[in-house]
Write a new protein. Structure first.
Length: 372
């Protein structure tokens, strides 16, 4: 089945904030673009009149708005004809429903710190299959830049209405004095990423890091990146770390952890599928010379800096449409990205949030073990 003009009208109206009316010329422009042909005004008015009579939209002096029935209709239609409709609109519709359900879970990671957002718009050349992302760091640029602050569900939903689907907080507060989170980002090199065992290798390294932190009295939290990576987070009591540049201390700590993990996995029980990777050296903390780590798992420390940012737990990844969701540590090795679909995460958000309680730990033993 392919999308019709009426489907495109309903989807366009569905992504507008509740009660907002859209004028005829705007609908004509967007629907013509997505249809790939110039729609006559008379044809569009005929479709709009039909939708109004069916109770799927309402019309008024200021334009047209979707009804609850119309919203349910297009959501039902997406199951069969979604692939032939505007991708950014489809993602926006998912984002609005998703964030309204999980706001309580994502807000603790947005409050009290600068947040960057990724807004999505229709691709100029292929609006059906591609989006045009816009990374936004500031709420206002003039007369001076002002960071984005999202301190309530209401503000969050205003950003969703403004096409923001992905939320990327800074690792520090507004004062930028010290990091609040230790973020260890795990990603496979380009060649390893293309192989079936690549994601298994990342999960294995994440498990070993998580176990290592626990053994050193630091409580870890693990989440899926929303794409093909995994992150291990922790919160450290910074008063227990020697005075100086704490960002540099965190970076050095992650590099030391990588060395410990590489030694650790050389004697660990390794899944058969990745034994050949372990034998040649599985991990690295070198972010340079990308070609030299194409078959390794990068233990990345690069977000540990002023203005360093990281995708929030429960944020929707703008490239994949999957959620950067917490992982049950007992199921880490069996985790599948299909578990990160928005509809599934929204159903299980309260349970999943219990796996990502970033509790401040005393890093003294960890620092000693790592020789810092």
């Amino acid at each position: 089945m392919i999308a019709t003009v009426r489907d495109r009208i309903l989807l366009l109206l569905s992504i507008k904030e509740a009660g907002k009316r859209i004028d005829l010329n705007h609908i004509l422009e967007k629907v013509s673009r997505d249809e790939g042909r110039k729609i006559e005004t008379s044809e569009l008015i005929q479709e709009l009149d039909s939708l109004t009579k069916e109770g799927l939209i309402t019309s008024g002096q200021e334009g047209y708005a979707i009804t609850h029935e119309g919203l349910e209709k297009i959501k039902e239609r997406l199951a069969s004809i979604g692939g032939s409709l505007n991708l950014s609109y489809r993602m926006m519709l998912v984002a609005r429903e998703y964030y309204s359900q999980i706001a309580d879970q994502i807000m603790p990671f947005l409050k009290g710190r600068p947040v960057s957002v990724v807004k999505i718009f229709s691709d100029d050349h292929d609006p059906i299959h591609k989006i045009k992302p816009l990374f936004v760091r500031y709420a206002r640029y003039k007369p001076k830049p002002i960071f984005i602050s999202i301190d309530s569900k209401e503000v969050l939903m205003r950003y969703v209405d403004d096409h923001a689907v992905d939320y990327i907080p800074y690792v520090h507060g507004f004062d930028m004095k010290e990091p609040d989170w230790l973020v260890i980002d795990l990603d496979a090199g380009d060649e390893l990423k293309s192989r079936e065992e690549g994601f298994l290798a990342i999960k294995f390294v994440a498990k070993e890091i998580s176990n290592f932190l626990e053994e050193n009295e630091v409580l870890p939290a693990v989440k899926f990146s929303g794409s093909r990576g995994i992150q291990v987070w922790a919160a450290l009591d910074n008063t227990k770390i020697p005075k100086g540049d704490l960002f540099a201390a965190y970076r050095s700590l992650i590099q030391k952890i990588q060395k410990k993990i590489e030694d650790r996995i050389s004697t660990a029980q390794v899944p058969a599928e990745i034994k050949h990777l372990v034998e040649r050296g599985l991990t690295t903390s070198s972010v340079a010379k990308k070609e030299e780590r194409s078959m390794k798992v990068l233990i990345d420390w690069s977000s540990m800096k002023p203005y360093g940012d990281v995708r929030a737990p429960f944020s929707l990844h703008y490239k994949t449409g999957l959620i950067s969701c917490p992982i049950d540590p007992s199921r880490l090795m069996s985790f599948n990205p299909d578990e990160a679909k928005p509809e599934r995460v929204s159903r299980e958000a309260e349970r999943l949030s219990r796996y990502f309680e970033v509790v401040k730990s005393d890093p003294s033993l960890l620092l000693k073990t790592c020789g810092l």
